[in-house]
Design a protein around this ligand. Structure first.
Ligand code: THU
Length: 157
């Protein structure tokens, strides 16, 4: 029997079409990406996590000369949220990137390891959280659940 999975997401020409709260988070994510420590890749990523209590947790990628020891921006932010606000529900995660490696009109799609962390962060709470990805030319896609980014995540089927 053949089966398939469909993933729904919204596509916006410009992040100004998002509600103001979400636009502010996109701007915060861009702003924190300047703090990336990315001397090896020159690829700067920023992440903003909105918690239910209104707290915003920000992260940027942090590299290391022992390359695998570095960490992606979204994992920095999600782990900080887990470490400091373990009981707080995550409402929304924004991920943005800038750098010569990323064409201006392309959206960064997060890496597999981060997706696994996104999925588990979501599974710790009773409701899903939205994921927003934005390109440097402001095109935006929005998922309503982290699970949509990783069908068949590690686990059982
Ligand atoms: N990176 C992130 O921060 N998030 C992703 O989703 C993909 C990649 C970082 C890791 C590394 O510091 C640089 O971008 C190049 O891969």
């Amino acid at each position: 029997m053949k089966k398939s999975i469909a993933v729904e997401y919204e596509d916006f020409a410009d992040y100004s079409e998002l509600p103001e709260l979400e636009q502010n988070l996109v701007e915060k994510a861009y702003s924190i990406s300047s703090n990336a420590y990315a001397p090896y890749s020159n690829f700067k990523v920023g992440a903003a996590v909105l918690l239910e209590n209104g707290e915003v947790v920000l992260g940027s990628n942090q590299e290391n000369i022992a390359y695998p020891s570095g960490l992606c921006a979204e994992r920095v932010a999600l782990f900080y949220a887990g470490a400091n606000f373990p009981a707080e529900t995550i409402k929304l995660l924004v991920i943005v990137a800038k750098g010569d490696l990323l064409p201006f009109d392309k959206i960064l799609s997060p890496c597999g390891s981060c997706r696994q962390v996104l999925v588990e962060s979501e599974s710790r709470q009773t409701e899903p959280f939205q994921v927003i990805l934005v390109s440097q030319n402001r095109r935006t896609i929005r998922f309503s659940s982290a699970k949509d980014l990783l069908p068949f995540a590690f686990g059982t089927i």
